[in-house]
Design a binder for this molecule. Sequence first.
Ligand SMILES: Cc1ncc(COP(=O)(O)O)c(C=O)c1O
Length: 329
Amino acid sequence: MDSPGSVSLTFAAVQRAGEVVAATLPATPLVAHPVLDRTVGRTILVKHEHVLPTGSFKVRGGVHLGATLTETERRVGLVTTSTGNHAQSVAFAARAAGVQATIVMPRCAPEVKRDAVEALGAQVIVHGDGLGEAAAYARSLAVDGGYVDPTDPRIILGHATAYLELFTAVPALGALYVPIGSGTGAAGACVVRDALAPDCAVIGVQSSSAPAGWRSWRSGRIETAAATTRASGLATTSGYPATLATLRAGLADFVLVSDDEIDAAARLLATRAGTLAEGAGAAALAGLIAQVQAPSGGPGSDRPVAVVCTGANASADEIARLAGSVAAA
Ligand SMILES: Cc1ncc(COP(=O)(O)O)c(C=O)c1O
């Protein structure tokens, strides 16, 4: 491939990405957990993305990226920035492609994720308090063309393959809840939903302690906000130009949940669905619960809904809080 900029976000491109990703990664389970349904009061299917290598859906983006690297990227190596799951994804793909990877991670990135990135053979540089500072530094390091933007269209197409699997298996969903940091997963979900399940409402979920994406979605402009959330996968400090228009056109709703609601959802996944999720991985369920408890009851209450459990890489603090008796740090 000559230019990643020539890739566009279409359903046909998602289908092609699906073939690429399926050559490396298994389809993830879509599972009903009746006791979770009884607890929440809704018929729920959980898309278990956390079982993938690297423990999150982000590896789909890395696998697709790795199959579509430019000559320049292969030559100079890859530089990117992430709080951890995109980092592992790029490290995973770079190792498979025999390419050097350097990942700039902000200080708020959990130790478990830094360790995992290093174990995949990438160089980790810790820089900046948040993603914005880390990204600026990563760009400055990658002067000769190896910077991998976390919202690169090749990555969004890879992430969209989760929803190709989901909507191919169950086109009659009433609603799908997707956690949002930069919005790559949710944008991919909207593209696939438009083609395969136009009646399904896609609902974004973000932490109220990192609401930049939500603010941007509401205003239609790129907004910034502090990210103090404990859910590292959702700790974005800005909206993202690559996903904003797709999210504005495609999301039926975008809900904010508190970090405590995310913790409560993570506990339900652990105790009612046998699933260890990191905070970002539990956020979709938190969003569903918030809507079920709201007066409207949320969209699609007459049909099954899906939540995507996007990640397993819980920090030591997150695991401690699963017991429910440990105060938040
Ligand atoms: C586990 C997990 N869930 C959700 C997200 C948010 O995904 P996106 O940045 O594509 O919106 C991330 C981002 O890193 C993540 O790691």
